[in-house]
Design a protein around this ligand. Sequence first.
Ligand SMILES: [Zn+2]
Length: 426
Amino acid sequence: MERGLRHVLNRFPDYEQGLKQGETLAGLQSHIRSILQNKAALYSQRNPPSNSLEISSVLDDSRPDFKLYTGCGGNIVVYKALNSLQANSNESVVSAQVATALKAALRLVANIGSRVASFYTGGAGIYALAVELDRENWLQHVQSLAGEWTPAKNEDNEVLFGKAGYLYCLLYVNKHHPEAGLQLRGLIEEVAEALFEAGFGEDRTKLTYLWRGKDYLGAAHGTIGILQMLLLALKEGEGWLFAGENTLNDYKEALQRTIDYVCDLQFPSGNFPSHVRDAGNPERDKLVHFCHGAPGAILTLCTAYEYFHNPRFLATATRAGDMMWEKGLLKKGNGLCHGIAGSGYAFLALFRVTGAEKWLWRALKFGEAIDTAFVQDEVTRWSDPQRRVVGVPDSPYSLMEGLGGTLCFLVDVLQPEKARFPGFEL
Ligand SMILES: [Zn+2]
């Protein structure tokens, strides 16, 4: 059954028009600051850093859950983001809130155990953050992180449950704790190689991945997410990753060719299909989500443009960004994975790459949308068969579905030069 539009019609003025009406970027930023203050107060009150539950189920039946996606691991990222905005914040000092959140998550990983190795859904994500934040015991956390690389836990390739999500953990450590990163170089190379090899067909020209037998394209389960992690690996590993090996050029060429192929799959609207087989069928042009659709594709295309300087990658991302200004105010809500904050991060990536204020304007307006009646009225009424309560994510405070990720976006839109989509950009 067709349920009508999945997005709210965007009634905000775009950049040029807004400026003519007397609005300014600085004015928008101060508005966002006050939205953030209110929402952050609500978050801290309802979801203290010591919380170790799925955060927090709409039906009040929360279970212990350490995952960054739906569980208390998200608290570490959110409180870290909130602290970064405070006056006199010193990033080398870990706040008591962040330390408490980290302890709660580490305790749960030890108690429950983790079945997959990835950032969003495995213990590996918690260990990667622990290496960065628990400086006294970082060596022990590096060992725990490395111990997560097992055939049983790394069967899949994708970001949410697979090798690409584990590779992100290793690269995150390499970026934020270079000494620990040195110890992980061998493992980074092993995982990146396994991902490349898993994607090659017999002719070794292009990378193809399936998840549970299906040709997912999007950032969470599909090719776009895997390509992003391979790009980040080559970028972070410049000078040492696959150094002196003939395969490095094969890998780079295949990566560039595959991203070029992803550009071919773009719908006329500017969006991307959820599955490769849906390309060319406008009837399947439905989801504009980070997990399935343009926002995730834009993040990867921007990284690809920064690495390869191929103008087609930026032109494709820009086209997708223009479509998202129309269709990115999602009725599904304000979260990262399939919500307005996720769309907003794509604008921030375009701003980082182009420096054009139009993209920052659009990101700020999507921040404003989080507290704007014409958008939120429709969000709270949106009936989603996948949810237990109308208009509310099942884990309303979580990082990827709930308020947690929305707060990270509001923080990042105020310091766009530092903005990075949690778990997907570095
Ligand atoms: Zn999603």
